[in-house]
Design a protein around this ligand. Structure first.
Ligand SMILES: [Fe+2]
Ligand SMILES: [Fe+2]
Length: 157
């Protein structure tokens, strides 16, 4: 039987990345309504994933002790930065809807800002894939992994 692994959570990252690209595609189409819907959906799912990691995973990760390049505060700091950038995108999007004349330049400006965010997401994804999730696999039993992963699939804040 295949062993359960926290690395399976990378599927959530993949889905998030796809949703963000859909938001950017809508921006390129100049469709602010669709862009806003996708961004809201992305934000909801990202915040939920962050909540799960901070609520269920990081407390267990503490058992692994000090890991170079992976103190818990680094993960929570990146989560916070992602949320701040996202809040900025929401504000930018709502001001775009109020300025139809400056729409194209506004969209270009927003896409430039989002490049930073995508780099951060990529970096965070790698750090979790290489450090957080494998360390969680090391410090948990199969039964505990099953229990935590099941909670990650269903729990809501
Ligand atoms: Fe995370
Ligand atoms: Fe994650």
């Amino acid at each position: 039987m295949q062993q359960l692994s926290f690395v399976s959570l990378l599927d959530i990252h993949k889905n998030l990345k796809e949703l963000f690209l859909q938001h950017q595609e809508a921006l390129l189409d100049g469709d602010l309504t669709r862009a806003g819907k996708r961004l809201n959906e992305f934000e909801g799912r990202l915040l939920h994933h962050i909540w799960e990691e901070e609520e269920f995973l990081l407390p267990v990760y503490e058992r692994a002790g000090a890991i170079p390049g992976g103190p818990p505060v680094l993960f929570t700091g990146e989560h916070k930065r992602m949320q701040e950038l996202l809040a900025g995108f929401q504000r930018a999007l709502s001001s775009l809807t109020q300025d139809p004349d400056g729409l194209k330049r506004g969209i270009l400006w927003l896409l430039d800002r989002q490049a930073t965010f995508k780099n951060l997401m990529e970096h965070h994804d790698l750090r979790e894939a290489n450090i957080l999730y494998p360390a969680l696999d090391r410090v948990t039993s199969e039964a505990e992994r099953r229990e935590i992963l099941a909670r990650c699939g269903t729990a809501c804040p």
